[in-house]
Design a protein around this ligand. Structure first.
Ligand code: CO
Length: 252
């Protein structure tokens, strides 16, 4: 029977960020060598922009509709069980039992083990530095799954890394909510890092942009030096291994 791995991402229009998605896609591909690989992006805006550049990437619905049949695994590269994940789940549910078997993989942060794995990976990749705090910019969501941000913050504390802080660009906790923790901790420099699969639009503009509303500008205005690291989580081999572990649960 034909087997397909359908890897679904939000997508990005930032060319340097595409690499972060590709790295995860390639790791998943290697973990499922006897599966045909198909890519889908969920963002209609990003698919339109890519189309204008000459690249056609299907939506999840389109990708499912184009499959000839057989056994399908849909593996999202999404970070948490948020609104986007719920939509993917609904789409997959609509296809279940129609043409073939469809199984849905978990997001990166699907349980407390995942929080610990991610916190350890980030803690190793970004060791503590004198007078410096590391602020992770998550996307944020009104979904209850947004509790992963303060949960992750707690895990960093348990690991002995009170210098790492987690906030969200479009949700809670916001940058203002973590500023008091920086003030009280003899911090001179704030290193900024996206807590997102890619260092895309949010990282380049909302985090590291020169506009007065960016996190960099607001931290500078609050008296901190800043250092921006434009790397997506997809760069970390441990993160790719987490996605692959989730995929292997479905392959088993
Ligand atoms: Co956004």
């Amino acid at each position: 029977m034909r087997k397909t791995l359908l890897c679904v991402s939000f997508g990005t229009r930032v060319e340097t960020a595409r690499r972060h998605i590709t790295l995860v896609e390639n790791a998943l591909r290697e973990a499922a060598p006897d599966y045909a690989f198909v890519r889908a992006f969920t963002s209609p805006t990003i698919r339109r922009i890519l189309q204008a550049r000459g690249e056609t990437v299907p939506s999840l619905e389109q990708a499912l509709a184009e499959l000839p049949g057989g056994q399908v695994i849909v593996q999202p590269t999404h970070l948490l069980y948020g609104i986007e994940y719920d939509r993917i789940k609904q789409t997959v549910a609509n296809w279940t039992g129609k043409l073939f078997s469809v199984a849905l993989g978990k997001p990166l942060l699907a349980g407390t083990d995942d929080l610990q794995h991610l916190a350890r990976a980030l803690s190793r990749a970004y060791p503590p530095a004198e007078g410096e705090a590391l602020v992770l910019m998550g996307h944020g969501t009104p979904h209850f799954a947004g509790v992963v941000y303060p949960a992750l913050q707690s895990v960093f504390r348990m690991l002995g890394r009170p210098d790492i802080h987690v906030a969200a660009v479009e949700g809670w906790p916001a940058l203002e909510d973590i500023l008091p923790m920086l003030d009280g901790a003899a911090v001179k420099t704030v290193r900024l890092l996206p807590l997102m699969l890619v260092a895309g639009d949010h990282a380049w503009n909302d985090m590291a942009g020169d506009a007065p509303e960016s996190w960099k500008s607001r931290l500078n205005a609050a008296g901190f030096d800043t250092r921006c690291t434009l790397q997506g989580l997809g760069e970390l081999p441990e993160v790719r291994a987490m996605y692959c572990r989730h995929l292997r649960e479905l392959l088993a």
